[in-house]
Design a protein around this ligand. Structure first.
Ligand code: TTP
Ligand code: MG
Length: 363
C-alpha cells in the first residue's frame, strides 16, 4: 500500500509574522513591497487568510492590494527568519516519513507506506504531524494524504488553511472529479481558458475525455494532463535522495506457461509500468534487461545496452520483446518474467528524443 503525505504551511511568511507579534492575530497581514499609500511598486509576497477575504493574493500588485485593503498591516518581511523557520519545520517533518522530499520553502512530501497499515492510521499520523508543527513552531499547516504525490498535493490544497484531507485509493476519482481543472498542478489561467473552450471545466471532464482530443490540442502535455486528471502519478518521494540504480517490475504467472502471447502480453504490461515510473521521475535509461524464470526455477537474464539514453516507450518495448523472444523457443514452461532498466540519468525536463537529450546527468 502506497501512502504519501503532502505538507504545506499556511500563509507561511505571514503566519510567522503573526507568531512573532501576537497583536496581529486575526488581522489582515500582508508581506511584500511597501504600498506607499497606494503608490508603491512591487507585489504581495503572501498574506494571511484574513487578507485573502479582501481578494488579496500572492503576486498581486501592492498598489491594487492597498486599494482593496487599505487598513491591512503591510510588512516588508524578514527572510532570514523565514529560512530558519523553514529549516526547523523541515526537520520536524523529516522525522515522520520513511522518505522525505522538500519541494519549496514551505512544502514537503513524506512517504509513510512502511509506517502505516491503513489510511485510518495515515490520518492519525497526519494529525500527529500537524500537532508537532503547531507545538514546536507555533504554526499551522495543511496536510493531504493520498496514494501518490499528485493526489496528496491536491488534497493538501483542498483543505487549506489548517486542513487534513485523506483520499483513499478507492475515492481518488470521486475526489478529483468535481474539482476545477486549476486543481491540477501546472494548469494555470491560460490552460484553464483553452480547456474551457473545449468544454472542460472540471477535472472529471478531462478524466473522461478522449486522449486523441487532448493530444491534438496540447500534444504530450495533454496526455500528461489526462494522467493527472485520472490521479495517476508514478513519481516516488524517495527518488531525490535514493540514488536508485535501476527500475524493474516482474510478474509470476498463475500457472507456468508456454503461451507466447500471454508471455509477450505480460511483459508488455510490465514495460509500460517501468516506462511510466521512468517518465514521471524524469529518468532516462540506457540498458534494458529481461529476466525469465523457468518452471524448474532456473533463472536467466539478458541485457542490451542502447547507443544512447532514452525514455522512448517504443525502444523499451521492442528491445524487451527481442530479449524475451530468445526464451520462447525452448520447451520448458515459464514461471516468471521481468523487465528492468538501468544506466539511469536524470533529465532536467521531460525529453524523448536524442536531439533533445541535453542536460542529462548521472544520478
Ligand atoms: P505558498 O505555499 O504558495 O503560499 P503560502 O504558504 O503563503 O499560503 P498557502 O496557505 O496558500 O500555502 O508559498 C510559501 C511561501 O513562499 C509564502 O509564504 C511566500 C513565499 N512565496 C513567494 O515568495 N513568492 C510567491 O510568488 C509565492 C506564491 C510564495
Ligand atoms: Mg504554503
Amino acid at each position: 500500500m502506497n501512502v504519501v503525505l503532502h505538507v504545506d504551511m499556511d500563509s507561511f511568511f505571514a503566519s510567522i509574522e503573526v507568531r512573532e507579534n501576537p497583536d496581529l492575530r486575526g488581522l489582515p497581514v500582508v508581506v511584500g513591497a511597501d504600498p506607499k499609500m497606494g503608490k508603491g511598486r512591487g507585489v504581495v509576497t503572501t498574506c494571511t487568510y484574513e487578507a485573502r477575504r479582501f481578494g488579496l493574493h500572492s503576486g498581486m500588485p501592492i498598489s491594487k492590494a492597498y486599494r482593496l485593503a487599505p487598513d491591512a498591516v503591510y510588512l516588508r518581511g524578514n527572510y532570514k527568519l523565514y529560512i530558519t523557520v523553514s529549516k526547523n519545520v523541515m526537520k520536524i517533518l523529516r522525522g515522520f516519513g520513511d522518505c522525505f522530499r522538500q519541494v519549496s520553502i514551505d512544502e514537503a512530501y513524506l512517504d509513510v507506506s512502511e509506517k502505516v497499515a491503513s489510511y485510518h492510521q495515515a490520518r492519525s499520523l497526519a494529525r500527529r504531524v500537524k500537532d508537532a508543527v503547531l507545538e514546536e513552531e507555533g504554526l499551522s499547516c495543511s496536510v493531504g494524504v493520498g496514494p501518490n504525490m499528485l493526489v496528496a498535493k491536491i488534497a493538501s490544497d483542498f483543505g487549506k488553511p489548517d486542513g487534513l484531507t485523506v483520499v483513499e485509493p478507492d475515492s481518488v476519482e470521486g475526489f478529483l472529479g468535481p474539482l476545477s481543472v486549476r486543481a491540477i498542478p501546472g494548469i494555470g489561467p491560460k490552460a484553464e481558458k483553452s480547456l474551457k473552450k473545449l468544454g472542460f471545466s472540471t477535472v472529471g471532464d478531462i478524466a473522461g475525455s478522449d486522449p486523441d482530443v487532448l493530444g491534438r490540442f496540447f500534444g504530450r502535455w495533454g496526455l500528461a494532463m489526462l494522467r493527472s486528471a485520472r490521479g495517476i502519478d508514478a513519481r516516488e518521494v524517495g527518488w531525490e535522495r535514493g540514488g536508485r540504480k535501476s527500475i524493474g517490475k516482474e510478474r509470476t504467472f498463475h500457472v507456468d506457461t508456454l503461451d507466447r502471447d500471454e508471455i509477450r502480453g505480460t511483459l508488455g504490461g510490465l514495460v509500460e509500468k517501468v516506462a511510466s515510473i521512468a517518465e514521471d521521475n524524469m529518468i532516462h535509461y540506457r540498458t534494458v534487461s529481461v529476466k525469465v524464470r523457468l518452471e524448474d526455477f532456473s533463472t536467466f537474464s539478458r541485457s542490451r545496452t542502447l547507443d544512447f539514453p532514452t525514455t522512448s516507450l517504443a525502444a523499451l518495448r521492442s528491445t524487451a520483446a527481442r530479449l524475451v523472444d530468445e526464451f520462447l523457443a525452448g520447451d520448458k514452461k515459464i514461471r516468471l518474467v521481468g523487465v528492468r532498466v538501468s544506466g539511469l540519468a536524470r533529465s532536467v525536463m521531460r525529453q524523448t528524443t536524442l536531439e533533445e537529450y541535453v542536460g542529462c546527468s548521472a544520478i
